[in-house]
Design a binder for this molecule. Structure first.
Ligand SMILES: NC(=O)c1ccc[n+]([C@@H]2O[C@H](COP(=O)([O-])OP(=O)(O)OC[C@H]3O[C@@H](n4cnc5c(N)ncnc54)[C@H](O)[C@@H]3O)[C@@H](O)[C@H]2O)c1
Ligand SMILES: O=C(O)C(=O)C[C@@H](O)[C@H](O)[C@H](O)COP(=O)(O)O
Ligand SMILES: [Zn+2]
Length: 381
């Protein structure tokens, strides 16, 4: 993450502004560590929440926070709170351990949490910041494609419980997000591909140009450093920003648009699959399966053409994501889907499409359609 100003191989950073009551910027570019100091400002204490496996990235990130110190500051304490990798970090036990860490440091309301990691880390670290002293500042430095295009933006934070995914959390917007594309170079291919699941999702719910790029680009070109990957990243972030600015707290959209729930496209089944697989399946992979499932459901409910259903299969497959699932009986998944956040009482609600870019909520689909759609993605009842 060392600074490389004016690097001719990389264009200037793109600054994407998120408006609203707590505005902030999402910066996309290369070698952005130098920008962290401005975001941290005059905080005396900084806690970096980071998976153990990525702590080697911390020195480059925090170096500019310590040298030079802001005018008038003669010391700054930087603490690293190392957390378990991936989904294992999103537990009540790890949350409590982070609170204890902040308590030991005497963390006050003017101090800042920095998250460095994938979406599991930004979800956990964001919730630590949301809950400590009822809310301290957080800056996200996402290190996976998925966290850059989705998890770090928009202020949804949380952890899992034994009943399911993200069932405890808060809306807590970051003070800034630094998407340093240089960090993606060490990301395993399977993790990059998982991030493309959320990118393709954004294509279906709001930006057909994303689909065109995916359909016309050879998948081998979707690598860190490629202009097309950068364009996909920026387009997906723009989709997310537009949605969260209009409906930060997921209270609903206007004119039939589902509002923020649109970003949950494919997630009702995806979260149930993740739980059934004890989080051994990547989130982005489960989202791909979940999107194909809900496309099949919409088709049966009479809203989506067979052609667009097949376009789902082709687009997710093209980037290397799964589009079938047969790991759990339908009733097991249905039981988990009943505690999805979009459900209301006994009524299941899904985000479906009438067409590309035209999402809406389907409430209370028939159990027959739910089962048929599961069979259509290779499942069993
Ligand atoms: N809050 C939101 O709006 C939101 C949106 C989407 C997803 N999510 C959540 O995000 C999580 C998934 O995030 P994810 O896909 O980033 O997974 P993740 O955080 O589990 O990271 C995946 C793996 O990549 C490794 N890794 C991360 N950065 C790396 C790098 N630069 N080089 C090498 N290895 C690296 C991690 O150590 C981990 O093993 C899920 O919990 C999901 O629910 C939240
Ligand atoms: O930001 C949102 O809103 C989303 O729904 C984005 C999803 O990609 C993300 O996985 C989110 O964490 C799901 O939220 P949840 O409310 O279903 O837990
Ligand atoms: Zn998601």
């Amino acid at each position: 993450m060392s600074a490389a100003p004016g690097d001719p191989a990389h264009p200037e950073p793109t600054v994407l502004h998120v408006g609203g009551a707590s505005p902030y910027d999402v910066v996309v570019g290369h070698h952005l560590a130098g920008r962290l100091a401005d975001l941290v400002g005059d905080a005396l204490r900084v806690a970096v929440i980071c998976p153990e496996a990525l702590t080697h990235l911390v020195d480059d990130l925090v170096g500019p926070l310590l040298d030079p110190l802001p005018d008038g500051m003669d010391e700054r304490d930087v603490t690293v709170l190392a957390v378990p990798d991936g989904e294992e970090a999103k537990t009540a036990e790890v949350l409590v351990a982070c609170w204890e860490g902040l308590g030991e440091e005497g963390f006050t309301r003017s101090d800042v949490v920095v998250t460095l990691g994938g979406g599991a880390t930004t979800d956990l670290g964001g919730f630590v910041a949301a809950s400590w002293l009822r809310g301290v500042r957080v800056v996200h430095v996402p290190t996976t494609l998925l966290a850059m295009v989705d998890a770090a933006v928009g202020g949804k934070t949380g952890i899992n419980t034994s009943s399911g995914k993200n069932l405890v959390g808060a809306f807590h917007e970051p003070s800034g997000v630094l998407c340093d594309l240089a960090l993606l170079k060490t990301l395993p291919r399977a993790e990059l591909v998982a991030g493309l699941g959320e990118v393709v999702k954004c294509g279906f719910i709001a930006d057909p140009e994303i689909l065109r790029l995916v359909e016309e680009t050879h998948p081998d070109e979707l690598v860190p450093g490629s202009p097309v990957l950068r364009e996909l990243v920026e387009r997906a972030i723009r989709v997310k920003i537009d949605v969260v600015v209009a409906d930060l707290r997921e209270t609903g959209g206007e004119g039939g648009h589902p509002g923020r729930e649109a970003l949950n496209y494919g997630h009702t089944l995806a979260h149930a699959i993740e739980r059934a697989e004890e989080y051994e399946v990547r989130h982005g992979e489960a989202v791909a399966i979940g999107c194909v499932y809900v496309a099949e459901l919409a088709h049966r409910a009479g809203s989506l053409s067979a052609e667009v259903v097949e376009r789902h299969r082709a687009a997710f497959r093209r980037v290397g994501l799964p589009v079938t699932y047969d790991g759990a009986p339908f009733d097991v998944l249905l039981a988990t889907m009943r505690v999805d956040k979009k459900a209301r009482g006994a009524t299941l609600r899904f985000v479906v499409l009438d067409d590309v870019g035209a999402p809406r909520v389907l409430a209370g689909p028939s159990e027959e359609h739910l089962r048929e759609a599961y069979l259509a993605i290779g499942g069993f009842v």
